[in-house]
Write a protein that binds this ligand. Structure first.
Ligand SMILES: Nc1nc2c(c(=O)[nH]1)N[C@@H](CN(C=O)c1ccc(C(=O)N[C@@H](CCC(=O)O)C(=O)O)cc1)CN2
Length: 291
């Protein structure tokens, strides 16, 4: 067996085409969806992600606003920007790029975002709603993984899914989404006992630990579908390249399908951000949202 490569770029392009249609429909009603992106500091990867978010927004017709603050900006300055955006009715989505500099509390900043504009789905109101199965704004990377899984497997009900990693951005919301799709879900983490054996029982493996090529063929049940969320830059033969949390070469002969890195989950993150921005704009202009 050799695993099918799940093409995240192609799926992201389909999502973006759907979003462009939704944006056009909103504009026909006089609503121009708008996304504000806040970047604090000069982390090179974050700068690339923010640039790509602004580019994708333009491509689908979403108006974007960029706020760049220096690495020495205070929490109060970041909060002032967020509060201004909360109060601006022409802005539908607010995103603060993570990580923030160490002297700023991510929780404090994320909690300051109006939950209705929280297109990252990180506010506790949206986190709680997700765990209760309410239709809330959902973190982009896990939402993208779900789209790839549904396109690959169809109905996920009854599948045993193992999520490796328990971060707030990926692992925990991923587990909640899989549960909402009627999977049996196991979450593995650094204190798990015999993680390999547990992972080896999974029909679906979502790897989100941030450790290059940690998961090899021994962890994977033959025929499993593997979603690799890791984006790790390593030096290989004197050259810098990106690898996932899964040893893809080793796992491909065992799995039935796997996401590549790059070109798998990564492009879906930005596509789902555009999707969330349109959802937020639609909800903010629906009659019930104004009651
Ligand atoms: N506020 C947020 N901050 C961060 C998030 C997030 O969802 N919201 N996620 C990550 C970074 N991220 C988006 O912000 C992101 C990561 C990776 C990609 C991507 O397209 N990756 C490409 C490879 C890109 C490269 O060459 O470096 C791929 O995997 O194909 C998009 C977005 C942390 N911060």
């Amino acid at each position: 067996m050799s695993a099918r490569l799940i093409d995240g770029k192609a799926t992201a392009a389909r999502v973006l085409a759907e979003v462009a249609g939704d944006v056009a429909a909103l504009k026909a009603r006089g609503i121009e969806p708008a996304l504000a992106v806040v970047l604090v500091g000069s982390d090179p990867a974050s700068q690339v992600y923010v640039r790509n978010k602004v580019l994708r927004a333009g491509e689908v017709g979403i108006r974007s606003l960029e706020y760049r603050l220096g690495a020495e900006a205070s929490a109060a300055e970041v909060l002032e920007v967020v509060e201004g955006l909360n109060a601006d009715a022409s802005v539908h989505g607010i995103l603060v790029q993570l990580p923030l500099p160490a002297h700023i509390s991510e929780t404090q900043v994320l909690q300051a975002i109006d939950p209705a504009k929280d297109v990252d789905g990180f506010h506790s109101e949206n986190v709680g709603g997700l765990s209760q199965g309410r239709p809330v704004l959902t973190p982009c990377t896990p939402a993208g993984c779900m789209r790839l899984l549904r396109d690959t497997l169809g109905d996920l009900a009854g599948k045993h899914a193992v999520v490796v990693g328990r971060s707030n951005i990926v692992g925990k919301p991923m587990a909640a989404l899989l549960l909402a799709a009627d999977c049996s879900v196991t979450v593995l983490h650094s204190r798990s006992v015999k993680p390999q054996r547990l992972c080896g029982q999974a029909d679906i493996v979502v790897a989100a630990v941030g450790r290059p090529r940690m998961i090899d063929a021994d962890w994977i049940k033959p025929g499993a579908v593997v979603i690799d969320v890791g984006i790790n830059r390593i030096e290989d033969d004197g050259r810098s390249r990106l690898v996932g949390d899964v040893d893809s070469d080793a796992v491909q002969p065992v799995a039935s399908a796997i996401t590549p890195v790059p070109g798998g989950v990564g492009p879906m993150t930005i596509a789902m951000l555009m999707h969330n921005t349109v959802t937020a704009a639609r909800q903010q202009h629906s009659p019930s949202a104004q009651e």
